[in-house]
Design a protein around this ligand. Structure first.
Ligand SMILES: Cc1cc2nc3c(=O)[nH]c(=O)nc-3n(C[C@H](O)[C@H](O)[C@H](O)COP(=O)(O)OP(=O)(O)OC[C@H]3O[C@@H](n4cnc5c(N)ncnc54)[C@H](O)[C@@H]3O)c2cc1C
Length: 461
């Protein structure tokens, strides 16, 4: 059965591991030569690209880059939702500590500022609308992630920046007849466990989501959508108001383990040494390439999203898409990939639609190797299949982003290092990453404070 747990997955695409092998070798050479302590000369332009997504216009003003050597209590590497959440929660629970974030680009440069806008319950490894790897914990993980998204919304809104966070549910639209029985069964089993999941028969599915080809749908009232850029801005403000210092355009190239960890940071072409009692690796798909962290498990994967021009009143009415429920399909129409398409409607009535493709690099770069015009045509085609009245609608922007897949097929969170002072959370494998990244950032703070949590028991085994 194809599910949201597989959102963005493309099992039949050839996996090519030359990048990992190249980077691992390079890191070994640099470590052996003490290169990291002096800063390294990896080519940043082969790793990071600019966030030119629709959401980028909502990102906050960029902070100054690091301009001095520094000693801090906690250095967080990466300014996406994971890093911002981890830094915020650690600082809130330990106000006396010096907590800093180093971000290679601007906060929200990575997946957090480029995603599809859907907010979903569950984790990737739990499988969304299937009982996943932790069957025994399915309801428990659901409840925790649902509580997490409500906390995320409330906290982000408390910043004074409206992140356009709407939690009115999410749906999986079924087009493949073979999937009907499985999803019907899932909805019944979930309800028996006390989860509010509904199965919508054809008429209701079409009545709610508007797409005439639907055969049914699964609906979860817990889920929704958000403005990616404004959410980054809200989290950044919260973290800074709490006292976290954020350096942007400041890239950490590796780290030297120890009781005090040394980080070589390159900012605006200058090299600085940062000493930290603890670090948090929140670098997501870039962690292998820039820090040689979990290089055997991380598989950076490219996926894309597009935004339409604002819909006219007539186009909008023609959709019959009630309450703007965020949804995704179970189809892979016209693509080589088994990734689903997913979509939301923004406040200004644009459709943000993404998915349908997952690609991997076969060289040492992390830059997107494909052709965005081809992807745009593919997305436009799928959109007009889903909503025939939108045939010919103008796509204003199509962009690429990198998700952090893992060969272990599981999220990764934990503490490592001889001195147990390296914390990490990454590898959300697409799908539920918006919600999970915030939650795992929060869990990092619990790990830091030696607190217990059910998800830590499950994911740090
Ligand atoms: C195109 C796309 C669509 C998606 N759609 C959805 C969706 O609709 N719903 C959903 O739930 N999830 C979605 N996801 C997944 C979700 O966006 C991610 O799982 C989540 O944002 C990950 O957050 P993060 O903070 O861990 O990583 P990121 O947001 O990638 O942040 C990592 C940050 O670390 C920085 N960095 C990396 N290395 C270094 C270094 N060495 N030094 C300094 N800084 C560094 C990067 O520049 C980046 O800003 C999508 C992802 C993509 C790419």
């Amino acid at each position: 059965m194809r599910t949201i747990g597989m959102l963005f997955r493309a099992s039949e695409i050839l996996r090519k591991h030359r990048l990992q092998a190249f980077l691992s070798l390079l890191f070994l050479i640099l470590l052996a030569s003490g290169g990291f302590a002096e800063g390294v000369d990896l080519d940043e332009s082969m790793i990071f690209d600019k966030n030119e997504s629709y959401w980028a216009q909502f990102l906050p003003r960029v902070n100054p880059a690091l301009d001095k050597n520094l000693s801090v209590d906690v250095a967080v590497i990466g300014g996406g939702y994971t890093g911002l959440s981890a830094a915020y929660h650690i600082k809130k629970s330990n106000p006396a500590l010096e907590v800093v974030i180093f971000e290679a680009g601007r906060v929200g440069s990575g997946a957090s500022g480029r995603h599809g806008g859907l907010v979903l319950a569950q984790t990737y490894s739990e499988g969304g609308f299937v009982m996943g790897a932790n069957k025994a914990h399915h309801k428990e993980i659901y409840d925790i992630t649902v509580a997490g998204m409500k906390r995320f919304k409330a906290l982000a809104e408390s910043s004074g920046i409206d992140p356009e966070f709407v939690l009115n549910g999410q749906s999986l639209g079924i087009f493949d007849r073979e999937n009907l029985a499985d999803f019907r069964q899932y909805a019944a089993a979930a309800r028996e466990m006390g989860m509010p999941i509904e199965f919508w028969e054809r008429e209701k599915a079409i009545g709610m989501l508007g797409s005439p080809g639907l055969l049914g749908a699964v609906y979860d009232p817990n889920g929704g959508m958000v403005n990616a850029g404004k959410l980054v801005a809200a989290l950044k403000k919260l973290a800074e108001d709490a006292g976290v210092v954020i350096y942007e355009n400041s890239t950490v190239w590796g780290y030297n383990e120890g009781k005090i960890i040394e980080l070589p940071v390159v900012a605006k072409g200058n090299r600085y040494k940062v000493k930290a009692k603890s670090i948090v690796i929140a670098a997501n798909a870039y962690a292998a390439a820039t820090l040689n962290f979990l290089a055997n498990d991380i598989e950076p994967a490219h996926t894309q999203v597009a935004v339409t021009a604002p819909l006219s009143e007539e186009q909008y009415r023609s959709l019959g898409w009630k309450d703007h429920i965020a949804w995704y399909d179970d189809q892979y129409a016209g693509t080589d990939s088994d990734a689903t398409f997913h979509m939301i409607i923004t406040k200004d009535r644009r459709i943000v639609i993404g998915g349908g493709s997952v690609e991997y690099n076969d060289d040492e770069s992390l830059l997107y190797p494909g052709d965005l015009r081809t992807i745009e045509a593919q997305i436009a085609k799928r959109l007009s299949e889903l909503y025939p009245s939108l045939k010919g609608i103008r796509i204003e922007n199509t962009w690429n982003g990198i998700i952090c897949e893992t060969r272990s097929k599981s999220e990764r969170i934990g503490i490592t290092g001889r001195h147990k002072n390296i914390f990490y959370a990454l590898g959300y494998n697409g799908g539920q990453g918006v919600n999970v990244s915030f939650l795992f950032g929060e869990l990092i703070s619990k790990l830091y404070n030696s607190e217990r949590h059910k998800l830590l028991e499950i994911y740090t085994k």
